[in-house]
Structures are given as structure tokens and as C-alpha cells.
Design a protein around this ligand. Structure first.
Ligand code: UDP
Length: 311
């Protein structure tokens, strides 16, 4: 098949491409390099099954493809809040353009949505039926509401135009190739511990998240894309940790003497987040296989190499 990956030079997109090319597919990687990085796709640059297009999806594009994995959007709060209007445009106009493309060429369309559609959840763990508790005018809204309208668009194209859609809701994911300045908690703690600066815990560190290793997530993507189920489907690791527990895990793996510094909790920071993955388990026979300790070790190795080579 010929497969388009928007955001293909990003953290998750590039791991997805690493799976698709060895399976024999032709891959078109589309990226505007806002948070994507050429190093992530360097190894495919001269490969006959790979094509790179520098393009911003807020502008239309004409391509002939069989499947579209639509991942393009900054996903870390630091990056998506840097230019919130652009984040909204990427989710609204970008998703419209990609759904228009899917409709024209009759491609299957996969939307990378997010656990952020649940906002600061009132039910725990979150099932796909839960409609969320999202602030429409807060600093996270450009992403949360952006992804909610992206889901609405996908389902309207499905009902109105018979576009063949698949929708996943991704919970916190980590692994090699996260940007050093990504701003999210796993990469922040690892970079801080490796550089010998204090680990910045926001609030009292009692808020929780569930961390999924990137290869597990990509396996779930491929299973959903090639199944008959439309979604939405939660993909994430149900293991729930407080942020303070995560800081201690990183300390134990890198430097038990690393300091912890408490900083103010950002606005609208969700208190708890944990996926209910019953749907993924029963419909896709999927569940995460990499425990946090193991995934952290693999991620730390990758950061160690990059930080060493930068010095
Ligand atoms: N966080 C933290 N220190 C950091 C970065 C994040 O304590 O250096 C906290 C943040 O306040 C949130 C959790 O870790 O409660 C996860 O934040 P992240 O930005 O990774 O993703 P989110 O799940 O909020 O989108």
C-alpha cells in the first residue's frame, strides 16, 4: 500500500514509519518540521519506499494514497501553547484538508486523537463513552478542543461522505526520540537527571498519569487501522503513577542523589489520568507489553547518547 503519515518526522510518526517500511509499504512522510526532526527519518532518506514532503497541512495538498495516518500536531503542552492559534488551525484546517484528501482518493483515514479530550476527568479510569470535562477557554483548550473538533470532523465525514475512518485516543506516551526540550514529564526528568539539575515536579506531585512505551502504541495503531472497528479506542498503558513516583523511578535509574524541586502546577493540569483499555483488549487483542522500568531504561539510553554527543 501507499501510506501517508502526517507528522511523520515526529516522535510517534517516525516510529510508525519504522514499522511500515519493513512491512513492504510505500510511505509518504509529510511534516512541516515544527516539532518534527529530520534525524528521526534520516535512515530512510534514500530508501526507494520512502518519500519526504515538507508541507504544512493547514494548506491543501493533492496526493494518491491508500491509507492516511494523521498525526501532525504539536502534542506537548509547552509546544502546543507556544502558538495556540496555529494549534487550532492544525487541528481544524489540517484535519479538514486530510479528510478531504481521504474522501477524494477513498483512502482509509486514521486520526491520532488524545486522552486530553477527557479534560480533567470526573470518572476514573476513562472509558471511550465518557464525554469529558474540558475547559473551552483555558490554556490547554487549543489542543483539547482542537482534537475534539478533529474527532467531530472525522465522524461527520464518515456519516456524510462515507470516509472510512479510525480514531484512537492516545494517553501519555514516551520513548526514544522525544525532543530534549519537549517539555513533557518523562523527557524533562530524564534530561534533568542526566544533566545533574533538579527534577522539576509541578504541584505536590500527587497528580497521576499512565505512561505507554512508544512501540506498544504503534502496535495498537497498526491493529486498529487494519481492523473493522471505527473507534474511538483508548490506547495507553493502564499502569498509573503519581508524578512523584515517576521522579523517584528516574532518580533510581540515573542518579539516586538527584534533587527534586517543586514548582507551581500549571493551569488546568488534569489531576488523574488512566485509560480503560477494555475495548483495545477485546476488539484488537492489544495490550502494552513494556513495563515502565524497561521503557525508561531504553529511553534513558537514547537520551544519554544524544546528550553525550551534544557536549
Ligand atoms: N510535570 C511535572 N514536571 C515537568 C513536566 C510535567 O511535574 O517537568 C507534570 C505536569 O504538571 C503533569 C504531568 O507531569 O501533571 C504530565 O505532564 P506532561 O506535560 O508530560 O503531559 P500532560 O499529561 O499534562 O499532557
Amino acid at each position: 500500500m501507499r501510506i501517508l503519515v502526517t507528522g511523520g518526522a515526529g516522535f510517534i510518526g517516525s516510529h510508525l514509519i519504522d514499522r511500515l517500511i519493513p512491512e513492504g509499504h510505500e510511505v509518504i512522510c509529510l511534516d512541516n518540521f515544527y516539532t518534527g526532526d529530520k534525524r528521526n527519518i534520516q535512515k530512510w532518506m534514500n530508501h526507494p519506499q520512502f518519500e519526504l514532503i515538507r508541507h504544512d497541512i493547514t494548506e491543501p495538498i493533492r496526493l494518491e494514497v491508500d491509507q492516511i495516518y494523521h498525526l501532525a500536531c504539536p502534542a506537548s503542552p509547552v509546544h502546543y501553547q507556544y502558538n495556540p492559534v496555529k494549534t487550532v488551525k492544525t487541528n481544524v484546517m489540517g484535519t479538514l484538508n486530510m479528510l478531504g484528501l481521504a474522501k477524494r482518493v477513498k483512502a482509509r483515514f486514521f486520526l491520532a486523537s488524545t486522552s486530553e479530550v477527557y479534560g480533567d476527568p470526573e470518572i476514573h479510569p476513562q472509558t471511550e463513552e465518557y464525554r469529558g470535562n474540558v475547559n473551552p477557554i483555558g490554556i490547554r483548550s487549543c489542543y483539547d478542543e482542537g482534537k475534539r473538533i478533529a474527532e467531530t470532523l472525522a465522524f461527520d465525514y464518515y456519516r456524510q461522505n462515507k470516509v472510512d475512518i479510525r480514531v484512537v485516543r492516545i494517553f501519555n506516551t514516551y520513548g526514544p526520540r522525544m525532543l530534549e526540550n519537549d517539555g513533557r514529564v518523562v523527557s524533562n526528568f530524564i534530561v534533568q537527571a542526566l544533566r545533574g539539575t533538579p527534577l522539576t515536579v509541578y504541584g505536590d506531585g500527587s497528580q497521576t498519569r499512565s505512561f505507554c512505551y512508544v512501540s506498544d502504541l504503534v502496535e495498537g495503531f497498526i491493529r486498529l487501522m487494519n481492523s473493522d472497528y471505527v473507534g474511538p479506542v483508548n490506547l495507553g498503558n493502564p499502569g498509573e503513577y503519581t508524578i512523584l513516583e515517576l521522579a523517584q523511578a528516574v532518580q533510581n535509574l540515573i542518579n539516586p542523589d538527584a534533587q527534586i524541586k517543586f514548582e507551581p502546577l500549571p493551569a488546568d493540569d488534569p489531576r488523574r489520568r488512566q485509560p480503560d483499555i477494555t475495548k483495545a483488549r477485546t476488539l484488537l487483542n492489544w495490550e502494552p507489553t513494556i513495563p515502565l522500568q524497561e521503557g525508561l531504561k531504553l529511553t534513558i539510553e537514547d537520551f544519554r547518547d544524544r546528550i553525550k554527543s551534544a557536549v
